[in-house]
Design a protein around this ligand. Structure first.
Ligand code: NAD
Length: 325
């Protein structure tokens, strides 16, 4: 019989892709979220709409000892949501409550294995000031100094999962995701990340036109296509390694380079108008030495390959005049 799997956050970007992948493997999947996936119907066998901040609701959803639980639900978004400061209290309160409730329900039901999606945003900001040389090695996390409350909550929850692992015998797996992107993700609802935002701007821009870019565009990042994110997530979950471990690309680019690549894919000449905006750290790149060492695997899909797939999907949305409601 296939595994019985619970995906929390199954209506979100990564969670909805994860459900599809688990179904293709023959698992029985229950998804939970505040909402259904936005761009394609869920493939989950059972999809429960509800609020994971409510402990009673979470206990009801965890009604059996699932073989695997993936906890992806969080109050999150791109720089425009996380770095303005306007949502700090919500981000910390909502995501911490979800993690507290989920872990307690798993303990009560004797679930054995849980995956938690942390973020590269938990790394200390002073290690990410040099755009050419950011340090995001897993062991650089402490002394802690994330640049956002989102990052602090991730750090708290990493520790919470590890504590439940130590004290309650739960097998915990923790990944620190670095900028995951791809088709079926937010592209114009205010929670979109740089690759989706830039694909949208380029798709909407006439050939030879100008797009607005937050900051000077010289900040560096790496971006991982969601297919590789899932591959790493499943490999980690089914390994004997707890983590935390980076799941990200180490193909670092500047935001200006990202835009140029997307413009080339679109076959357009695009000018950039640099304007003030929320930015985050100056440089960030995934350090993939630990994942290669412990899992014998690291993501390798070239950035351009993922951008081509994402641009094709977003430009089709733009062409059809779809709203990201
Ligand atoms: P997402 O926002 O698309 O998905 C999160 C889902 O959680 C949403 O569908 C949302 O409705 C759901 N959710 C939020 N509050 C809830 C609640 N109270 N009850 C039930 N459901 C609730 O985000 P994503 O990009 O799919 O990210 C998934 C996870 O990976 C998150 O934990 C995120 O912090 C982490 N992560 C993502 C990235 C990335 O680049 N996408 C990077 C680092 C970490």
């Amino acid at each position: 019989m296939g595994k019985r799997v619970l995906v929390c956050g199954a209506g979100g970007f990564i969670g909805s892709h994860l459900v599809t992948r688990l179904k293709a493997e023959g698992c029985w999947v229950r998804g939970v979220d505040l909402k259904f996936p936005r761009y394609a119907p869920t493939e989950a066998d059972d999809f429960v709409i509800g609020d994971l901040r409510q402990a009673d609701f979470v206990r009801g959803v965890v009604d059996q000892p699932f073989d695997e639980v993936y906890q992806l639900a969080a109050d999150m978004g791109g720089a425009g949501y996380v770095f303005t400061g306007d949502h700090d209290a919500d981000i910390m309160h909502n995501s911490a409550l979800i993690n507290l409730n989920v872990l307690e329900a798993l303990r009560r039901r004797n679930c054995k294995r849980v995956f938690y999606s942390s973020s590269a945003c938990m790394y200390p900001q002073e290690n990410q000031e040099d755009p050419d040389n950011p340090n995001c090695a897993e062991d650089s996390a402490y002394p802690a100094h994330p640049d956002s409350e989102y990052g602090w909550e991730k750090l708290f929850s990493e520790r919470l999962y590890l504590a439940y692992g130590r004290n309650h015998g739960l097998s915990v797996r923790i990944a620190r995701y670095h900028n995951i992107f791809g088709e079926l993700g937010s592209w114009q609802d205010g929670k979109e990340k740089a690759p989706a935002a830039m694909c949208r701007k380029v798709a909407q821009c006439p050939d030879g036109g100008t797009i607005e870019v937050w900051g000077d565009g010289r900040q560096t990042r790496s971006f991982l296509h969601v297919s590789e994110c899932l591959e790493g997530t499943l490999r980690l979950m089914r390994s004997d390694f707890t983590g935390p471990v980076n799941i990200g690309s180490d193909e670092m680019v500047t935001i200006n380079d990202l835009i140029d690549r997307i413009a080339r894919i679109a076959g357009k000449t695009v000018r950039r108008n640099h304007i003030p905006g929320p930015l985050g750290v100056r440089g960030r790149n995934s350090d993939n030495r630990l994942i290669a060492e412990r899992l014998g695997w690291a993501p390798s899909l070239p950035l351009n390959n993922g951008l081509e797939r994402t641009y094709a999907w977003i430009s089709a949305q733009v062409a059809q005049g779809k709203k990201d409601a």
